[in-house]
Write a protein that binds this ligand. Structure first.
Ligand SMILES: Cc1cc2nc3c(=O)[nH]c(=O)nc-3n(C[C@H](O)[C@H](O)[C@H](O)COP(=O)(O)OP(=O)(O)OC[C@H]3O[C@@H](n4cnc5c(N)ncnc54)[C@H](O)[C@@H]3O)c2cc1C
Length: 504
């Protein structure tokens, strides 16, 4: 028998893993967090430091409908949390549109003829919708018409996912777009509204501020790791989990990591909480699950992401937090301006730092382009967009993020259902949490909530809460007020399919 038996061995020091460790160690349960990255905690929510310029993996807003999550952020990072104004625009055909869209601006920039075409095409879609839409394209066209779909959804969405909108599941649209998004904003901007029916929704959904740690999201996750340490837990960096073995005789888990030098280490626990991608977990799980389950896991797909960070002499060209680039003439999908997120993201106010976000697949042409080539591309594109002059760019870096997005294709739901059922049947002490850990489009707060509930299940010794019910509120991402939901979700027995515990 190994010397230490942890109550839980936790895989990954992203928001989910650290929250599980925080919650368990708060109740004096012995825990260890195993993180592959040798330098950073925070996972996709880390902040990368390049010569004291700080870069997010995409800007990370701190906004939750859960009062408990908001309060926890305050407790951990309170004095360092800023309340920031949100400002974002869309770049389309050489023009910038305020986002969420404003009626007069959108009309004048699209022009009367184009606006009239949009309305006709919207009317056509409403009169003759695709019944039971299965794809992103059909779902959006049904909601907004073909014309608006082409202008404001198609190019950006295909840049993000690297596949045709006909291949993307309607689920994603339903989760991201319902409530207020670009589409409904445009609809409200361009189309007459039935008296006050939608008024409350419109006002409620225009989120114009969010919270943000003054040194970026990594600051929050470093503070979490520190708290775990103070509570007696451990966060171990630099070892990638490469096997998870369950021993039926002892009911214990044996988790093995390997570091960059090839050294392996084994950790033993009563429970495993995993935020590593499901595909990798299943491939490394012993005893091996059936071929059907292994195949389902191998079929899960991911979209990868890289940010080219540019350091520029600040000429005050734009103050948005981010700009969506809907234009097909450049490869960049979104541009972040980190100084607008927090002035302390740059060490010297004479400079600004931009993040040019490129969506790609690990191993494709863009991903494999050497850093020098990516920096050259970003320099050329930022100038083409009119957001900086090449002469003002003084330095830069490239940050690659594999598996940034779990892909919602038309088989993912079935695959996840197969995997979930097999795991619950065979390994009741294995808990899937977080974003890639559950193959769900979870934001930080959802990732945290799945971890809090899993920790409570472990402490209770039974699966009291259904973690899969978190983030079923389709309106969540863009609507509602921070802290709308007062406390922890209800227990499993009270959850009904039509009113998930986590919905607002
Ligand atoms: C571009 C972009 C913008 C975003 N913007 C926002 C936003 O504005 N607001 C918001 O709330 N959320 C945002 N998110 C989502 C947010 O990043 C995630 O919800 C969150 O990081 C998920 O936390 P997690 O712990 O589940 O996973 P991750 O952050 O992926 O962390 C998982 C951790 O596990 C580690 N790991 C993986 N495999 C192994 C292994 N085999 N062994 C050991 N360790 C392993 C990884 O290194 C990582 O540290 C954004 C995401 C992206 C891609």
């Amino acid at each position: 028998m190994p010397r230490d038996v942890f109550q839980a061995v936790i895989i990954g020091a992203g928001p989910a893993g650290l929250t599980a460790a925080y919650e368990l160690s708060r109740h004096a349960a012995p825990v260890i967090v195993l993180e592959a990255d040798p330098q950073y905690v925070g996972g996709i929510s880390r902040t990368v430091n390049y010569k004291d310029f700080r870069f997010d993996i995409g800007g990370h807003r701190f906004f939750s409908k859960s009062r408990e999550v908001e309060d926890l952020w305050t407790a951990i990072c309170g004095p360092d949390m800023l309340e920031r104004p949100r400002s974002s625009r869309i770049y389309y055909r050489g023009q910038f549109f305020t986002y969420p869209l404003r009626a007069f601006e959108a009309l004048s920039k699209l022009g009367l003829i184009e606006s009239a075409r949009c309305m006709l095409s919207f009317a056509k879609a409403r009169l003759n919708p695709t019944p039971n839409p299965q794809t992103f394209e059909d779902w959006v066209v049904n909601q907004f018409g073909e014309r608006l779909f082409r202008i404001f959804f198609k190019t950006y969405t295909e840049k993000v996912w690297g596949m045709s909108c006909q291949e993307i599941s309607a689920d994603w649209a339903a989760q991201r777009i319902k409530g207020l998004s670009l589409g409904s904003a445009l609809k409200h901007a361009l189309l007459p509204q039935s008296k006050s029916k939608d008024r409350k929704t419109v006002v409620k959904t225009l989120i114009d501020t969010f919270r943000y740690p003054r040194l970026g999201p990594g600051m929050m996750w470093e503070a979490f790791a520190h708290r775990v340490d103070l509570q007696g837990g451990e966060v171990r960096l630099g070892g990638r989990v490469e096997s998870c073995r369950f021993d039926r005789a002892s009911n214990l888990w044996f988790v093995t990591t390997r570091d960059a030098t090839g050294k392996t280490e084994e950790f033993c626990g009563r429970h495993v909480v995993s935020s590593m991608p499901i595909r990798e977990l299943i491939a490394n799980l012993e005893p091996r699950l059936s071929e059907e389950v292994v195949r389902a896991a191998q079929s899960l797909r991911y979209r990868d992401f890289l940010t080219v960070g540019l350091i520029v002499r600040d000429r005050d060209r734009f103050r948005d937090n981010w700009i969506y680039i809907h234009d097909p003439s450049v490869k960049v999908g979104r541009v972040q301006n980190y100084k607008s997120w927090s002035p302390e993201m740059v060490p010297d106010p004479a400079y600004a730092s931009y993040g040019l976000e490129y969506f790609c697949f690990e191993g494709d042409g863009l991903w494999n382009t050497p850093d020098s080539g990516l920096l050259a591309l970003a320099r050329q594109e930022i100038q083409q967009l009119g957001l900086a002059d090449q002469a003002d760019i003084v330095d830069g870096c490239v940050i690659r993020q594999p598996k940034a997005y779990p892909v919602y294709d038309d088989t993912y739901q079935q695959n996840v259902a197969v995997i979930r059922a097999a795991l619950e049947r065979n390994f009741p002490t294995l808990h899937l949490v977080g974003r890639n850990g559950m193959h769900k489009y979870n934001n930080q707060d959802h990732a945290m909530m799945t971890a809090m509930l899993s920790a409570r299940n472990i402490l209770a010794g039974t699966r009291k809460y259904d973690v899969w019910a978190v983030n079923q509120d389709a309106e969540y991402h863009e609507s509602g007020s921070a802290g709308d939901i007062p406390a922890a979700p209800q227990e499993k027995s009270t959850i009904t399919p039509t009113a998930p515990a986590w919905s607002g």
